[in-house]
Design a protein around this ligand. Structure first.
Ligand code: ADP
Ligand code: MG
Length: 372
């Protein structure tokens, strides 16, 4: 695969505040790569450095295998689509799309042809002479995308391009944008704080946390094998237990948690007494009326919520911790107030290295008695 963008040991500070820490990412030609993370984690700053609006404090950016740090934005074969469209309100649709071509002195007949082709691509044929205030939010965003694509960039950067749209339109535009990217084969670097959007659109997702890269992987790997507690928490819904390994056999890892213990099947190497995080997705939680081998997690059914295709249940553990459980809507639920035992298929729990010593605050030493 051809390397299209390479961020090599990029750091960025504003004054003495470090906002990007030693970032290494390679993005391949034709890839849909998403930067995902909470607000303020540095996503926009990364895009602005790729586009050339900001300079890294240290490190190198390669575009198409050539260093670009001394090239101004207009000399990089990159365009950007912003959240707020950044269109010219007094110009027509055609004038907006053709603006960059006009600057580049592309002849009028060629401009007209390219604008027509773009409008066809985004399914707005015949809209050339419309004024911008005659367009809906979704149409404006399609015009912004057309304008960014019309001079055939190698890379399109998109900074939360759909976040101003209402939910239904956003979902529709997600599919349209993904189709467009597949059709054109252009490298997309997409920024969002919406994990669902990232999961459904991306070839790979780079999960950012406070300026550093937590994990970069394809959506399924991120969901099924989150590498850190942060990723497990940010991507999808999770139940996360802090625990300590008390026993490892060839088959099972047994972990003590507060007021209980549980079993995991994991390829991760752990040692006795190691502190760990155990991640269990809500759809993997099972309930029994009597205790199941290798598990001791007593709980009470606390609340039920109807959410269309699933019913969401809150389970309360004895220490006050709440677990999230999802049940397909066509299956029966246990009544609220019922005492139950929580378990799961040991294959369905994910072991994540502990990234804090919080365990020592919530676990008393007496909880570490070996499991008989
Ligand atoms: N020009 C700037 N001057 C000073 N601080 C900035 C500047 N741009 C961004 N920051 C800071 O850098 C951090 C990352 O911002 P940003 O890249 O916009 O995050 P995101 O897009 O993930 O929300 C924030 O703490 C923000 O306040
Ligand atoms: Mg931003």
């Amino acid at each position: 695969m051809k390397e299209m963008i390479k961020l090599a040991s990029i750091s960025k500070s504003f004054g003495n505040v470090v906002v990007i820490k030693n970032l290494n990412i390679t993005i391949y030609q034709g890839e849909f790569l998403t930067m995902l993370g909470p607000s303020g984690c540095g996503k926009t700053t990364i895009l602005r450095m790729i586009a050339g609006f900001e300079k890294p404090t240290s490190g190198e950016i390669l575009l198409d295998e050539k260093p670009v740090h001394n090239l101004p934005p207009n000399k990089r074969k990159i365009n950007t689509v912003f959240q707020n469209y950044a269109l010219f309100p007094n110009m027509t649709v055609a004038e907006n799309i053709a603006f960059g071509l006009k600057m580049a002195k592309v002849p009028k007949s060629e401009r007209k042809k390219r604008v027509e082709a773009m409008l066809k691509l985004v399914q707005l044929e015949g809209y050339e002479n419309r004024k911008l205030d005659q367009l809906s939010g979704g149409q404006k965003q399609r015009i912004a995308i057309s304008r960014a694509l019309v001079n055939q960039p190698q890379v399109l950067l998109l900074d939360e391009p759909l976040s101003a749209l209402d939910l239904k339109l956003r979902k529709q535009m997600q599919i349209e944008l993904k189709r467009l990217q597949r059709k054109l084969g252009i490298t997309f670097v997409y920024v969002t704080h919406d994990q669902e959007e990232a999961l459904m659109m991306s070839d790979r997702i780079a999960v950012m946390n406070k300026g550093h890269l937590e994990q970069i992987a394809d959506p399924q790997t991120l969901y099924e094998k989150p590498g850190t507690r942060f990723v497990a928490n940010f991507i999808g819904e999770s139940n996360i237990f802090y625990g300590k390994v008390v026993e490892t056999t060839d088959d099972l890892t047994k972990v003590v948690i507060e007021n209980g213990y549980l079993a995991i099947k994991s390829s991760m190497k752990v040692s006795q007494n190691q502190t760990v995080n155990v991640v269990v997705r809500p759809e993997k939680i099972r309930l029994a009326e009597t205790e199941i081998d290798h598990f001791h997690i007593p709980a009470k059914v606390s609340e039920h919520y109807y959410a269309g295709n699933v019913k969401k249940t809150v389970l309360k553990l004895q220490n006050g911790m709440e677990l999230k459980m999802n049940t397909p809507s066509n299956q029966p639920l246990l009544p609220i107030g019922k005492d139950v035992f929580v378990y799961w298929d040991p294959m369905d729990a994910i072991l994540v290295k502990s990234d804090s010593d919080k365990i020592f605050k919530i676990l008393k030493s007496s909880d570490f008695a070996p499991i008989e």
